[in-house]
Each structure stands twice: as structure tokens, then as C-alpha cells.
Design a protein around this ligand. Structure first.
Ligand SMILES: *Cc1c(COP(=O)(O)O)cnc(C)c1O
Length: 447
């Protein structure tokens, strides 16, 4: 048999990876998964503390999800939504509309988070054109935001490390301050905060409202930025401002959706209903690529017209509404209900919070941020000054790699350690995850 490690190194270009480092290291080859665990080809077992990049919900190799795919497979694997309908995509749409905030009634399918964002941006832009407003052509977005890696999504991205090199390719928008309270742009601490980020954001929106088609943001938690958690009420105030000013609110719930924060969708914590919502990652329980852009009827209606008016939304991907992916997504949602999973996540969120206390007094832990099953632990060189370690020291990368020794797979975001386990994780596994990462932290940085 061929050596997988050799083949990988010979042929594969890994995403978000410095390949020079990759080629000098021995890759871990995952062969199987069961529940919260991954198994490598040498028989070692690891807790999947990042849910295979934030997607897994009910654990790996779930019998029910496996069967849903097999059942659908015995009917048809794929047929197109261009000019044809299919059973799973229609049934899934009905289920999604039931759990989404009321009013998000129209479902546009695609196959990954970035495309769900591209679709929202293009739809919002064209919506205003149909309304006879050709000045609203720009988008507002938050500092440190992440909406995917395609050009449109990068244009509304705020993470300079990923995005600045592509600047000449991007369209211009309005970057708003974000409540990253640990490192406040306005020099405040939590006890003397007067929400200047919010007032500044509102001011930018008000000044430029005539040109802004929509505002896109990740509600409650900015995941890729390092699990930046917003203060309560930020989202609600943004929603109200957008309504007042005639700006479409687009929520990117690609990461926060499907129970991650302890509600089906994060916006439900503040009873916010966006004009559009972008969904992907957890939608199939982590099984197959699928994404959704759900919009209000009002947006859909603006596209209705005579054929000759060409008000059609000219956008679609080959695998749009793929029956296999939709079938497993339906089963995923059935399991949410049957297992009362949302309730269980809320309870285990409190359990996890208590466990995270073990990190509190470590000399290099600057801040612990948690919202449901999204956790970021910001590592600093010095707690007082909040100075970070130099990037080339790769401290969080080393801690994450070393945690494999304790049977935990995780992946850092810059100087932030991450925990984003499957929603079905059991309490002893939560213990193992926290203890493994903590021991690894101590190995690398001392007590
Ligand atoms: C992961 C992510 C995306 C991009 O999704 P892909 O499926 O990787 O294209 C977009 N927005 C947010 C908030 C994400 O976390």
C-alpha cells in the first residue's frame, strides 16, 4: 500500500497552511471517527475539539445520519435545481423556515459559507437596483470580521493578515468598529465602557446611509477573529439602526448557527430578525457541504417581474440543493429535536464554563471568552500590558500541537486557543478537552 504521508506531501497543498512547515513535519492521518473522537491510521484516539473545523454536531459516524445518506443514495445522489425540483431540498427548506426567525421564508441553496455570503451580497445589491435605487451599492462590515475566502466575502472581511494582500482586487466598503472589549479601540475597560464603538458605528451608518445596500456581520461572536464576543445588546442596537436608516441587515451565522451558541441561531438571543441570514457549517451535522442564504419575502418579491424585464437572480452553483446533502441536513434537524439538543447545549455551556475556570489564574491567560460551545482563550506574554508573544514564536500553535499528546486535536486562531467541540460532547469529554489543553499550555509556557 502507498504511504499516505508521502502521497500527501507530494501532491497536496493544504488550506491556510505554510507548506514549508508542513513538509518538514510528520502529518497526522485521520482514518476514522466515532462520536467526539478521531482515530489516526496508527490507532491513536483524539478528541475532536474543533468539530472538524466547526461543523460536527452529533459526533462522527452517527448511525442515523449515515442511514439518511444511504437511503437517499438508493434514490438519487444529485439532480439540479436549475429547472427542476427535488424532494430533499423542498423538505429541508420547510424545516429550516420553521426554526428560523419568523419572516425568513425564502431559501436559496449553495454549498459553502463563502458562497452563502456572496449570494447575500449580490442579492442585496440587485434588490436596491430593482427598487430603483442605484446609489446603494456599498456594504458595511465590522472590523476583524470573517465571512469567507472568495473575493466578495474577502471584500467585507476585516482580518488584515488574511485580507490585506488582496486589496487591489476588492470592492470598497465601510468598516465599522467592533466591540473587542479586551483590546478596546477607545482605550476603555469593561467598568468604564460607554459603548463608543457602537456610537461610532451608528455615526458611520447614518452619514453614509444613502450609499449602503447592507450591513453584514457575525452576530454575538466573531469566530475566526479569535472568538470575539460582543456585549449584550450590540446586535439589537445595530438591527434598530439598520431599520431606521433603510440598510439591509445580513447576518452571517455560518459559524454561530445550528446550536453553537445555545440557540438554533445566535440572533435569537436578542430577538433580532435580519433581512438575510447565511448558514453553512453545522447545517448537515458536519457531513456534507451545503449552505443556505435565507431571505425575507420582501426581497424575493422585488425580483418578481416579466421574463423580458430580466429581474432574475442570475446566480447558481452546479451542486445547488444537492439531494444527498439536503437529506442528511433533514436528519440532522430531526436529531436536534429528538435529543433536545439545544437544551442540552445550554446546560453543558454552564458545565464547560466552570471547567474553564482552571485557566483563570494562569500567568499567560489574558482573557477567556465563551458563548455556548464557542470558546477562545487569549494568550498573552504579559497580563498587565496585554502584550502578545511575537508571531514567529507560534506559541498557540505549539500548545495546540502539543495537546495531541493528551489526546486532544485543536487549532489556534493567532494568539487564541480554541475549543469548539461537537454539540453532542459528553461531560467527561469536556473534562478531557479542558485538562488536555491546560496541561499542554503548562508544558509550553510553565505553571
Ligand atoms: C467558516 C466561515 C465562513 C466561510 O465558510 P466556508 O464554508 O469555509 O466557505 C463564512 N463566515 C463565517 C462566520 C465562518 O465562520
Amino acid at each position: 500500500m502507498s504511504d499516505i504521508r508521502e502521497l500527501d506531501k507530494k501532491y497536496i497543498w493544504h488550506p491556510f497552511t505554510q507548506m514549508k512547515d508542513w513538509l518538514s513535519e510528520e502529518p497526522l492521518v485521520i482514518k476514522e471517527g466515532r462520536g467526539s473522537f478521531l482515530y489516526d491510521d496508527r490507532g491513536n484516539k483524539y478528541l475532536d475539539a474543533v468539530s472538524s473545523l466547526w461543523v460536527n454536531v452529533h459526533g462522527h459516524n452517527n448511525g442515523r445520519l449515515n442511514r439518511a445518506i444511504k437511503n437517499q443514495l438508493s434514490k438519487i445522489a444529485h439532480s439540479t435545481l436549475l429547472g427542476l425540483a427535488n424532494e430533499p431540498s423542498a423538505l429541508l427548506a420547510e424545516r429550516l423556515v420553521k426554526i428560523l426567525p419568523a419572516g425568513l421564508d425564502k431559501i436559496f441553496y449553495s454549498d459553502n459559507g463563502s458562497t452563502s455570503v456572496e449570494i447575500a451580497l449580490k442579492m442585496a445589491f440587485q434588490y436596491w437596483q430593482h427598487k430603483g435605487n442605484d446609489k446603494k451599492t456599498k456594504f458595511a462590515y465590522l472590523k476583524e470580521s470573517y465571512h469567507g475566502d472568495t473575493i466578495g466575502a474577502v471584500s467585507v472581511g476585516g482580518i488584515d493578515l488574511f485580507h490585506s494582500i488582496f486589496k487591489p482586487l476588492l470592492f470598497q466598503g465601510f468598516k465599522l468598529p467592533t466591540p473587542y472589549c479586551y483590546r478596546c479601540d477607545f482605550g476603555r475597560e469593561k467598568d468604564n465602557c460607554n459603548k463608543e464603538c457602537l456610537s461610532k458605528a451608528k455615526e458611520i451608518l447614518r452619514t453614509n446611509k444613502d450609499y449602503i445596500a447592507g450591513l453584514i456581520m457575525e452576530p454575538l461572536v466573531q469566530g475566526a477573529a479569535g472568538m470575539i464576543t460582543h456585549f449584550d445588546g450590540f446586535l439589537k442596537e445595530i438591527e434598530e439602526t439598520c431599520k431606521d436608516l433603510g440598510i439591509l441587515l445580513i447576518l452571517d451565522e455560518v459559524a454561530t448557527g445550528f446550536g453553537r451558541t445555545g440557540k438554533y441561531f445566535a440572533c435569537q438571543w436578542e430577538e433580532v430578525t435580519p433581512d438575510m441570514i447565511c448558514l453553512a457549517k453545522g447545517i448537515t451535522g458536519g457531513y456534507l457541504p451545503l449552505a443556505v442564504t435565507a431571505v425575507k419575502e420582501e426581497i424575493f418579491n422585488a425580483y418578481l417581474g416579466e421574463f423580458k424585464d430580466f429581474k432574475t437572480f442570475f446566480h447558481g452553483h452546479t451542486y445547488t440543493g444537492n439531494p444527498l446533502a439536503c437529506a442528511v441536513a433533514i436528519e440532522n434537524l430531526k436529531l436536534f429535536e429528538e435529543k433536545n439538543l439545544i437544551n442540552r447545549v445550554q446546560k453543558n455551556t454552564r458545565y464547560l464554563k466552570k471547567k474553564l475556570d482552571m485557566f483563570n489564574n494562569h500567568k499567560n491567560v489574558g482573557e477567556i471568552r465563551q458563548r455556548g460551545f464557542m470558546v477562545g482563550i487569549e494568550i498573552v506574554k504579559d497580563k498587565e500590558s496585554k502584550e502578545i508573544f511575537p508571531a514567529q514564536d507560534k506559541v498557540c500553535y505549539k500548545i495546540s500541537m502539543n495537546s495531541r499528546k493528551y489526546g486532544v486535536i485543536t487549532r489556534p486562531l493567532g494568539n487564541v486557543l480554541v475549543m469548539m467541540p461537537p454539540l453532542s460532547i459528553k461531560r467527561p469529554e469536556i473534562d478531557m478537552m479542558c485538562e488536555g489543553i491546560y496541561k499542554s499550555l503548562v508544558d509550553i509556557l510553565g505553571e
